[in-house]
Design a protein around this ligand. Structure first.
Ligand code: FES
Length: 73
């Protein structure tokens, strides 16, 4: 299920669904490791890595979500 943009995905690092989506949309990330390197998400207790993995999979399954946002073009 698509997460609301302001929902905290990584509580340790206070990273939102929007932060993760932006990282994936700009094409800088395509894996949990890359999202972690780009945003810091998952760099603490690692409990959120499954949520991050599911978000990436959802975005890859729905190309409109993974497409770059206008400000990133
Ligand atoms: S919740 Fe993301 S590292 Fe702990």
């Amino acid at each position: 299920m698509i997460k609301p943009v302001n929902e905290i995905v990584c509580h340790c690092m206070n990273i939102t669904a929007s932060d993760i989506r932006s990282a994936v949309q700009t094409g800088r990330t395509g894996s949990v490791r890359e999202v972690s390197q780009c945003t810091g998400a998952g760099a603490g207790c690692t409990a959120c890595r499954g949520r991050i993995r599911r978000m990436i999979a959802e975005m890859q399954d729905q190309p409109s979500l993974a497409a770059p946002i206008c400000s990133a073009r």
